[in-house]
Design a protein around this ligand. Structure first.
Ligand SMILES: Cc1ncc(COP(=O)(O)O)c(C=O)c1O
Length: 404
């Protein structure tokens, strides 16, 4: 099936705007994606028609809002092939990793090992560093090849009888590399480790079935999946969530509270202290509904074609260094331009209406691995067109001429 990009674009009001008098070409969706009208309207509708706090009221609006909020949990569960009790709302992918790291960390001992990879986002590095500092655990980083592929053999070689946790991204936010997470999980399980997959980019790229991957935890953010900010998902296998201590204390996560003792609610509510991001949950539900109405494999093909086209046009540009050339990678182009700082490249591209990211992309170990201090990054989403891809390349050629 061919993806109708124009029909999809029409659903994203922001894409109509101009920047510096030029049509906006938004190539920063890996940082945060734009929102379809369905998401904007669902959140507005909730605020205008049916809004109250959840789980605590007996009045009509409280019941309606609670029903809508819990219905999204079922929707998310269906979306990833999980049970609704295995879906925890967090404020983002970052919070979801912190929740797991802090919970697992309580039972780790000095010398226990955690295996990460060189291509992790800081969200999947720093929470584990906390455990290195506080619990004396050892962090090991599986290497990445020059092409930007995870060295699976080296990864397997890092697994020992002290490996307690393996935490790996599904798809790199810099390289676009898609990791073989099912194999990674199987190897980690054979070593007796618990596995967390950072799906913040991976779930945007392709449909995910958490049961097929078999990881113990899978995390992602709403805002990269065309939903709102302030909402993330932690999927955890029921038996893993049952063992995990609570992350924050407060209302709604308890069984009972008395002067001298407390008991906790069952998962997932055990991990959702305080008033949750109600509107954001409703927005995420609308984003998932909207995506469910699209052919996601056709979208993946469309994005891959955009990337292939850009690479083809830039073929032979000896001033361009592309970081990450893994086979079947996602549509993320990280690059440096000879003689130019990535920030300058991004600022000049912005004058042409092209929005790209520049910096370390919260992946400093990876930047060091590739011998750069920063890079520019163009990330393509379902609403980008071939004309936009061409306009980006044209603007990049003019930008390079400026520095030549
Ligand atoms: C691979 C990856 N992991 C984690 C995160 C953190 O996500 P958030 O900032 O939404 O919590 C990002 C965001 O860029 C990411 O790309």
């Amino acid at each position: 099936m061919v993806f109708d990009v124009q029909a999809a674009r029409a659903e994203f009001p922001i894409l109509q705007r101009q920047v510096h008098g030029k049509p906006l070409i938004y190539l920063d969706s890996a940082a945060s994606a734009q929102k379809p009208r369905a998401v904007i309207e669902a959140m507005t509708r909730a605020m205008e028609n049916s809004y109250a706090n959840v789980h605590r009221g007996l009045h009509t609006l409280a019941n309606e809002t609670t029903d809508a909020y819990e219905a999204v949990r079922r929707k998310v569960a269906d979306f990833i092939g999980a049970d609704e009790k295995e879906v925890v709302y967090t404020k983002g992918g970052t919070e979801a990793v912190n929740l797991v790291a802090q919970g697992l960390g309580m039972s780790l001992s000095p010398g226990d090992e955690i295996v990460l990879t060189e291509m992790e986002h800081h969200a999947n590095i720093v929470p584990w560093h906390f455990l290195r500092e506080r619990k004396g655990v050892v962090l090991k980083f599986a290497p990445v090849t020059d092409e930007g592929v995870l060295d699976l053999e080296a990864y397997q070689g890092l697994l020992t009888d002290r490996t307690r946790v393996v935490a790996v991204s599904h798809m790199s936010n810099v390289l676009g590399t898609i990791n073989p997470v099912t194999d990674i999980t199987r190897m980690a399980h054979e070593a007796g480790a618990v596995v967390l997959i950072d799906g913040c980019q991976g779930i945007v790229h392709k449909p995910v079935d958490v049961k097929a991957i078999d990881a113990d935890f899978y995390v992602f953010s709403g805002h990269k999946l065309y939903g709102p900010t302030g909402i993330g998902i932690l999927y955890g296998k029921a038996e893993q969530l049952a063992k995990l201590p609570p992350y924050q204390g407060g209302g709604e996560m308890i069984g009972t509270v008395s002067i001298d003792e407390i008991s906790y609610a069952d998962p997932p509510h055990r991990f959702e202290a305080g008033t949750p991001p109600i509107l954001e949950v409703i927005g995420l539900g609308a984003a998932i509904d909207w995506l469910a109405g699209q052919d996601r494999y056709a979208i993946a093909h469309h994005e891959a074609e955009l990337y292939r086209h850009v690479r083809e046009r830039l073929n032979g540009a000896n001033w361009l260094k592309v970081i990450g050339d893994a086979p079947d990678k996602g549509a993320i182009l990280s690059f440096t331009v000879e003689g130019a700082h990535a920030h300058d490249v991004a600022q000049i591209l912005d004058r042409y209406g092209v929005a790209v990211r520049a910096g370390t992309h919260c992946a400093e170990p990876l930047m060091r691995r590739f011998g750069v201090t920063s890079s520019a990054r163009a990330s393509f989403a379902l609403y980008n067109t071939q004309e936009e891809a061409d306009a980006f390349v044209d603007a990049l050629l003019k930008t390079q001429a400026f520095f030549a």
